[in-house]
Design a protein around this ligand. Structure first.
Ligand code: URA
Length: 439
């Protein structure tokens, strides 16, 4: 691409004119090759955030990102290849339940996951709280493990969608994350590069998510589904609640323990409910009839088949498989546990992002890339919006490294959990399904 054309493309976006697909592909390729500098790309991104991108441009952007790096080839695997992706939330550990459930159902799950940043947790950090667990699998090791046991979870290599890595870092510091097309192309390019033929997105809506409203989340979900289908993948999405933490636990080992308790049949609640919805939804995308898919997933959970798959998966990646039997003896445990008891009342709602930030401030999350985590610490948030709390009952449990850290967080919970005396309506867990027959 000539240097003359680059300012023209930026100006077209500034003026709200469509960008032809070939120009957009060449523009992103030039950025990766060093022919477009960060200032030019930032100007283009900001113009795009303000002017918006068309559906066609979103599909082309995804293609451009995808073409920047390697793709995982899962074509040799027996059984349907499936992937699920959450746009990120607080207390959101469904991968650790959904992965074993789908593998137990005969699907092939090669999952590339990320680390936590800011108020959201990351699957890789959570898994590393299991002693010995390794997430640095080569593409060959990933493939072999999936072939053997149906499930592997690994860190994405530097060569997978490198353009997204650079663009995401630039968007992060230029106020240009919040664009549906930029988020959808970023998410979907990684899903497409991951190689699965069936993709289910869990698009979060609420204060703890990128999309604050259900309407914005439905738009993002619809765009992701269109991009996936345009690239030949069977794609669906659930738009789900992130106005409050999904599970009770926020923090790495705490969330792994909670997921294991779901697999052991010892824990009910929204983490279990959504895990079943997602696993059944993905089975449906592979062609299973909806009611049969749900019955099968409930059976695999109830009969402990998914727990056995989880045990095999942990052992295959070097972790202590005893964690499946005695999670709280194997996982790291925080030395200080303090309870917050605000008195009787009704939970009116949560500052969900704030709860994630408070858990991160204890050491469960990073303020910047490269920070070392304390895998044992975090919060347990026990009631949900609309629940009645009795006098003296614990609402939040703080798991901290020191008494001072626990006190500091206890003093800030008042603003993060809104208590009142009026009745409050519970919030639906699944707001919408997109891309399913009948949705
Ligand atoms: N997650 C991603 O992978 N990319 C985005 O742009 C936002 C969330």
């Amino acid at each position: 691409m000539s240097t003359l054309e680059i300012p023209v493309i930026i100006a077209r976006k500034r003026d709200g004119e469509p960008i032809p697909a070939d120009d957009l592909l060449a523009f992103i390729a030039a950025y990766v090759a060093g022919g477009v500098d960060d200032a030019q790309m930032a100007a283009f991104l900001m113009a795009g955030v303000i002017r918006g991108f068309s559906r066609e441009e979103a599909v082309t952007l995804t293609q451009a990102l995808l073409e920047s790096g390697d793709r995982i080839d899962l074509s040799g695997l027996r059984g349907p290849t499936v992937d699920k992706h959450s746009t990120g939330g607080v207390g959101d550990t469904t991968t650790l339940v959904v992965g074993p459930l789908l593998a137990a159902a005969g699907c092939q799950v090669a999952k590339l996951s990320g680390r936590g940043l800011g108020h959201t947790g990351g699957t890789l950090d959570k898994l590393e709280s299991i002693p010995g667990f390794r997430v640095d699998l080569s593409p060959e090791q990933l493939h072999d493990q999936v072939e053997r046991i149906g499930l592997a979870v690994a860190a994405a290599t530097q060569d997978l969608v490198p353009a997204d890595k650079r663009l995401y870092a630039l968007r992060d510091v230029t106020g240009t994350v919040a664009s549906p097309a930029l988020i959808a192309s970023s998410v979907m390019s990684k899903k497409l590069a991951g190689g699965a033929q069936h993709v289910l997105l869990d698009v979060k809506a609420g204060d703890g998510a990128f999309m604050a409203t259900v309407e914005a989340a439905v738009d993002l979900a619809t765009l992701c589904v269109e991009i996936g289908e345009a690239h030949g993948r069977r794609t669906g999405a659930l738009v789900t609640d992130m106005s409050q933490p999904l599970g009770d636990a926020i923090g790495n080992a705490l969330e792994v323990g909670a997921a294991i308790e779901v697999l052991r049949g010892e824990r009910s609640g929204r983490l279990r409910e959504l895990s079943v919805d997602l696993a059944a939804g993905l089975l449906e995308l592979t062609g299973r009839e909806p009611a049969a898919a749900r019955t099968e997933i409930e059976r695999l959970l109830h009969e402990g088949v998914a727990l056995e798959t989880f045990r095999e998966f942990v052992a295959a990646q070097g972790g202590d498989p005893g964690v499946a039997d005695r999670p709280w003896e194997v996982l790291p445990v925080a030395p200080v546990v303090e309870e917050w008891r605000p008195g009787s009342g009704v939970v009116q709602g949560f500052a969900c992002r704030r709860l994630g930030e408070l858990a991160a401030s204890l050491g469960a999350g990073r303020q910047r890339q490269g920070d070392v985590l304390d895998l044992a610490v975090g919060l347990e948030v026990l009631p949900r919006t609309g629940d009645v709390v009795d006098d003296g009952a614990a609402v939040v449990r703080v798991h901290a490294r020191t008494p001072d850290a626990a006190e500091r967080v206890l003093a800030q919970l008042d603003g993060a959990v809104r208590m009142g005396s009026d009745p409050a309506d519970p919030v639906a867990l699944v707001h919408r399904a997109v891309g399913f027959s009948g949705s």
